[in-house]
Design a protein around this ligand. Structure first.
Ligand code: PEP
Length: 250
């Protein structure tokens, strides 16, 4: 079974449209001709148009960091799948731990967003992961299974064709602490087994599960060499073109 790895950048709330153009001017030549992995950059909404313009004709895709589950409506500050599609966006992150931690995202709203993204035909990167207290209490497996089962609720294997899961242990995000490759692979196996229960073995065998949490050029290769790790979701180290390119080329 060979799953094409996906290396995705999550820029969070960083960069203006001008800074986005400058990033791609430096980044694209560094990864041109790189076909081994799929590369996607997820900037803030206001940078999406500039990013799409910059990547035209290249091997790099553009994703959003969130979406609402309705097509339109009185939801101030929200963006729908239809709006992303109209722009030409192909990927979207759902349920990032910062949304869960700071913006009231719950397992149920993650499920609504995930369903909307998949129904619209977007590749949805659904984030799951335990906080430090849960890991220390031995609850990692239970938390991952709960987050997956609730996120996948009422989604068929057919609808989930473009699902990607990102395992992001919250204690490793932006902290410089990375899960060891073995520990990440263990968590990925739990996620794959939950996906097997919900969607079946065939689907789960093809499901891409990314690792996220302080991925840097110097640890990318050890993480990516794990059979269970199908790519990376990269925050801080994706803001610099050289460092993100080095991760892509792990
Ligand atoms: C993230 O925000 O998805 C992330 C993994 O951040 P960092 O790489 O900075 O830990």
């Amino acid at each position: 079974m060979s799953r094409t790895k996906l290396i995705a950048a999550n820029w969070k709330m960083y960069k203006t449209p001008d800074q986005t153009r400058a990033f791609f001017a430096d980044f694209l030549p560094l990864v041109s001709g790189h076909t081994r992995d799929e590369i996607v950059v997820c900037p803030p909404y206001v940078d999406l148009a500039a990013a799409l313009e910059a990547v035209k004709g290249s091997n790099v895709g553009v994703g959003a960091q969130n979406l609402h589950w309705k097509d339109e409506g009185a939801f101030t500050g929200e963006i729908s799948a239809q709006m992303l599609l109209a722009l030409g966006i192909t990927h979207v992150i759902v349920g990032h731990s910062e949304r869960r931690q700071y913006f009231g995202e719950t397992d149920d709203t993650v499920n609504l967003r995930l369903k909307a993204a998949l129904e619209a035909g977007l590749t949805a990167i659904c984030c799951v992961g335990e906080v430090l207290e849960e890991r220390e209490a031995g609850l990692t497996e239970e938390v991952l299974r709960r987050q997956c089962v609730r996120a996948f609720h009422a989604i068929s294997a057919k609808k989930a064709a473009k699902l990607v899961v990102a395992y992001e242990p919250v204690w490793a995000i932006g902290t410089g602490k990375t899960a060891t490759p073995e520990l990440a692979a263990e968590a990925h196996a739990v996620i794959r087994s939950e996906a097997t229960e919900v969607f079946g073995e065939e689907f789960a065998a093809e499901l891409r599960i990314l690792y996220g949490g302080s991925v840097k050029p110097d640890n990318a290769s050890a993480l990516m060499s794990q059979e269970e790790i199908d790519g990376a979701l990269v925050g801080g180290a994706s803001l610099d073109p050289k460092s993100f390119a080095a991760i892509v080329k792990y």
